[in-house]
Ligand binder design. Sequence first.
Ligand code: MRU
Length: 346
Amino acid sequence: MIRTVDYLDGKVVLIDQNRLPHQLVTIELFDYREVADAIKTMKVRGAPALGVTAAIGVALGAQEIETADHQEFMSKLEQVASEIRATRPTAVNLFWGVDRILAAARQADGKPIEQIKEELNELARSMVQEDEDTCRRLGRNGAELLKDGDTVLTHCNAGGLACVGYGTALGVIRAAVESGKRIRVFADETRPRLQGMKLTAWELAQDGIDVTIIADNMAASLMRKGMIDACVVGADRITANGDTANKIGTYSVALAAKAHGVPFYVAAPMSTVDFQIASGEEIPIEERSSEEMTHVDGHRIAPEGVPVMNPSFDVTPAEYISAIITEKGVVRPTFEKTLKLLKGEG
Ligand code: MRU
């Protein structure tokens, strides 16, 4: 499968996710402002993909800064960074990606600006490959938790389309399938933007993985009937205590899983763990446009004039999470302790 995000010869290449599942189309961006717009308009989405795209955006922005003075270079690069940071608030990977490029630029003080620009390009390109490698390691770690014959429920899209490729939650499923296990997937459609139906179902079907779409409100009932063996979801931000922000509706899945004794796994790279924030209450939750609720593919389905709410993410408290799967290993509660150990600070 082609990469969701790539950085080739001074241009950013993205799969336009708003055109899926009907059309698989890539777009080419040559300016960091276009990159910021692609993030805002969800042409690219999903936490790890946002991290890599944001990093590329800052590296691309660096190329147009004309100065020989490092201080001036840094102050202009900070402006680029703040435009990229302002695109979406919840996925911490986006800020992680921006900060990695800024830190490299800062450390390069004393080198010629043209060389710094090339080094930032090189770092951004290496982050593309790194994301793929991270997902594969994470996938292999998580695959151990699934048994041959399991049926797995997932919410939203934490697949190759949410990363450079392969995916986090779907990476776990892919790795289990690659190791010879028979896995069936139920994909929550994921109102309001339908990433589960439009993206998860599409990419699993492309790979020949057994996937069935369900409406979000069917998940609890399937669990009650004993039809789900495990839930695996992605994350946009995991706080130091393990609380996890992910697509709105994830919390309901976790509650239902707890009630029915179904294990609930969160799969995410370490770049999704925000050790600066103690608990989920502090995570900024993006509120998106009411049109996402009132319209489906441009057609109004709601009555005119009735207010709607559209928080794009919710927070699942750590107590509902059975394990967090990362590229460094799988951790179980108490996450405050185990996540720190994983980071190497225990
Ligand atoms: O609004 P989106 O589509 O960017 O939300 C995506 C999700 O909630 C994913 O589950 C999350 O980013 C993890 S992606 C590996």
